[in-house]
Design a protein around this ligand. Structure first.
Ligand code: IVH
Length: 762
């Protein structure tokens, strides 16, 4: 047994040393951090349980280093320790038992629980309240001096206490914390990269590290980094007894402390909290990779001391892995209802966070190319929360040379139409609206809950109906009859009756719901409600959109020769001219909204055309002609453009969708079948719910969207989450946690019937 363990320990040491080398020397790791942590944890456990198996060269005795030759070094006031890991409740119980053995009998331990922020450690020193230096963790003894860079981070106070009323500053205070990107700041940074045509960053933590280690602090200042401070490394003049007091003290000094840290009387309280934290992980503003559990009483912490490089008084609880490495076996493609092509990775099955994953999204072919993912690569796959698993990138260090590039297919595998990549788009599309896969996806969406909500029409039924030639588009659903349905496999009389009844019911869905079911890009329930608030019938909408399309076409036809003459040599043109030409080519999104309310349209147009006039003068006659056409376009589109909440892109999507003959025929067919294409009469008082905000939870007698539309039709608002602003939570069957939250916040909870009574004034 012990021989086996000795062999295992040796094998682990070998593997761990190899991965340390790959990570630190080659900069090319071939396993995820979590996979590494697991190996490390296993080795440490063996060595702790069998001290005779520990060797002086074990990697468990090594402290990692982030030192870089670009910075001066700072000697830390005390070693910057790290934390041992726990992976489940049993590991935590074992940790407490080990600790209790080292403390006087009958000791009761209480704890502080904090999220484990996934950033990089920072150590900041204040002397008499003034920030004097800041260093990275480095090798735990020496750190990189990044003072100038840290001073650019807004959440780091340059002087403490920030509020002078909190008393005098301590003589010396060395604090430790974490530097990171808030998720929305990281997204904004990536949006900015895209806007500038640069590559996006994949990993927030590495990007935070790169941002902090800039040689020029002005570069750090451009990044929106955040610092959280969670512990005291050393001090003169601070006397505190507990970890929980430290949190309060740091807060009083004006540091950005983790607001959701909490104090618990026992370890089992902490263990109870673990699932809650895992569930709320995705909704936090920052990335966390686990929790930190700290013994509260600092005298116990001192007594427990340190094991290797980890204090015994605290431990990191690591969440189940969200990432794993596995082999990319094949790439298949999905075609969505808009024709969008999504490449999907077929993987060697791998267990991630409790689930076996065998396929994952590759987003699009531009992404495959920019990440240089190749067929046969070992890839890192991430699965987090409700997000569909996706491929983060290849493990280039594991390549054998047999990997092959992945190119987009030339034709749609479902209908054989050549695929296209519209100018400026990252995605490829199948442009054939009759592509059987596109039709299938559109139908699947059309009948789904929240759309037309047709019960009994699952994907298999849709597939069978398409195969039998019974439906080719959404409208055909409303022409289905009993006889051919009875001939389908597995369709008995009862099933057919039910299906026909639910199709019949769907015909009278509110007009806004019908519109939202059509799958027009960007037109969900909220936008379709805005539309039906302003257009009573489908005819109004069709008339309006076709008038806009004609005016838009007339404008483009008129300006085309002017654009062509100005274009001459595009390379020689200024950006100003290019912008003007772009806008003239997209008058409905780029021009109409701008001049809608302009008092002096002629002067505005003149100003706008100025750059063009300088290179290739526009005659007065041309100017007047453009103006006339633009005014026509403005008049035609003002009703749509004036709807608050409808931006120009959405207006363009709506106009383009309704101008398409295929869609016009579809609508006609639906109307002829008796599908509701008319908004409810608006005589109903729209004010009975005015100023009230509702949150809906649980199953109601109708779909939630229908109820939402009803509330909004009476002037109320519907929100997705409970807050102080919520007036009522409407609870249906099996309501969710929103009811508890409402109770906590003193928000009234009502039933659907009570809501309806409120509306009818009973
Ligand atoms: S306490 C003596 N609390 O997790 C150890 N660390 O190895 C004091 N970390 O890189 C650390 N969030 O920088 C503590 N709330 C938190 C933390 C935290 C993240 C980091 C720490 C270190 C790693 C643990």
């Amino acid at each position: 047994m012990s021989e086996n363990l000795a062999q295992r320990a040796e094998a682990l040491r070998e593997q761990i040393n190899y991965h340390i080398y790959r990570y630190n020397v080659l900069g090319d790791p071939i396993i995820t951090d979590h996979e590494y942590d697991k190996l490390f944890h296993e080795l440490r456990q063996i060595e702790e349980d069998n001290p005779d198996l520990a060797t002086p060269d074990s990697p468990t005795l090594r402290v990692g280093s982030d030192l870089s030759s670009d910075f001066d070094k700072i000697q830390h006031a005390a070693p910057i320790l790290s934390l041992a890991n726990a992976f489940d409740g049993d590991d935590l119980v074992a940790w407490e038992e080990r600790n209790l053995k080292r403390l006087p009998s009958n000791t009761q331990l209480d704890y502080v629980l904090e999220p484990k922020l996934d950033g990089l450690t920072i150590v900041i020193t204040y002397e008499n309240g003034i920030l004097t230096h800041a260093a990275t963790r480095g090798n735990g003894e020496l750190g990189d001096n990044v003072t100038a860079n840290v001073k650019t981070i807004n959440t780091v106070p340059l002087r403490i206490p920030v509020d002078a009323n909190k008393g005098a500053p301590p003589e010396r205070l060395v604090v430790r914390g974490e530097i990171l990107f808030h998720k929305d700041d990281f997204d904004a940074l990536n949006k900015e990269q895209v806007a500038q045509g640069l590559d996006t960053y994949v990993n927030a933590r590495n990007t935070a590290s790169g941002s902090l280690k800039q040689k020029d602090s002005r570069e750090t200042a451009k990044r929106n980094l955040t610092a959280y401070i969670y512990s005291i490394v050393d001090s003169d003049g601070v006397m505190l007894e507990t970890e929980w007091d430290i949190v309060g003290y740091l807060r009083d000094m004006g540091f950005n402390v983790i607001t959701n840290a909490d104090h618990y009387p026992t370890l089992s309280n902490i263990i109870q909290q673990l699932p809650t934290w895992e569930a709320k992980r995705d909704s936090l503003p920052f990335e966390i990779d686990g929790l930190v559990i700290k013994v509260n009483d600092l005298s116990h912490v001192r007594e427990l001391g340190v094991s290797g490089k980890d204090p015994r008084g605290a431990i990191a609880f690591k969440f189940p892995a969200e990432e794993a490495t596995t082999k990319l076996l094949d790439v298949t493609i999905n075609i969505g209802r808009t024709g969008k092509v999504t490449p999907t990775a077929q993987l060697e099955p791998v267990f991630i966070g409790g689930v076996t994953v065998s396929n994952a999204s590759l987003h699009n072919y531009d992404q495959i190319e920019s990440l240089d993912i190749r067929m046969g690569d070992m890839v890192i796959v991430k699965r987090s929360g409700d997000v569909i698993p996706y491929v983060v990138g290849p493990v280039t260090g594991a390549r054998t040379g047999d990997e092959a590039p992945i190119n987009p297919p030339e034709i749609c595998p479902f209908c054989g139409t050549p695929l296209i990549q519209p100018e400026g788009a990252v995605d490829w599309f199948c442009p054939n609206p009759k592509c059987p896969e596109r039709v299938f996806r559109s139908l699947e969406f059309f009948v789904s809950r929240g759309a037309m909500d047709i019960d009994g029409m699952g994907p298999q039924t849709i597939q069978a109906l398409i195969e039998q030639g019974l439906i080719t588009d959404e409208a055909d659903i409303f022409y289905l009859t009993e006889e051919p349905l009875l001939e389908l496999e597995g369709f008995a009389q009862k099933k057919v009756d039910n299906l026909l009844a639910s199709i019949n019911m769907a015909k009278s869905r509110p007009f806004a719901q019908v519109l939202a079911s059509l799958g027009i890009d960007g037109i969900g329930t909220t936008v379709s409600n805005l539309i039906t608030d302003n257009f009573d019938t489908i005819d109004d909408l069709l008339q309006s959109t076709s008038a806009i399309k004609s005016a838009e076409q007339a404008f483009i036809e008129y300006v085309q020769p002017i654009i062509d003459s100005a274009k001459g040599d595009m390379f020689g043109q200024t950006d100003g001219v290019k912008k003007v030409i772009y806008r003239l080519n997209h008058p409905n999104t780029e021009l109409a909204p701008r001049y809608l309310s302009a008092k002096d349209v002629q002067a505005s147009v003149k100003r706008f055309l100025k750059p063009l006039n300088e290179t290739s003068p526009v005659s007065d006659e041309q100017l007047t002609g453009m103006l006339d056409k633009l005014v026509d376009l403005m008049q035609a589109s003002s009703k749509l453009h004036n709807i608050e909440g409808l931006g120009p892109i959405l207006v363009q999507n709506i106009v383009d969708w309704f101008a398409d003959e295929h869609h016009q025929n579809l609508l006609k067919k639906m109307r002829d079948a008796g599908v509701n294409m008319q908004a409810e009469k608006k005589e109903i008082a729209r004010t009975d719910l005015a100023g009230k905000t509702f949150v809906l939870t649980g199953t109601m007698s109708v779909s939630r969207n229908e109820l939402k539309a009803l509330i909004e039709a009476h002037g109320g608002k519907v929100s997705g989450s409970v807050s102080k602003k919520t007036s009522y939570v409407v609870a249906g069957d099996s309501p969710g946690s929103k009811v508890e939250k409402a109770e906590k916040n003193g928000v009234s909870i009502i039933t659907e019937d009570e809501l309806r009574a409120m509306i009818s004034g009973e």
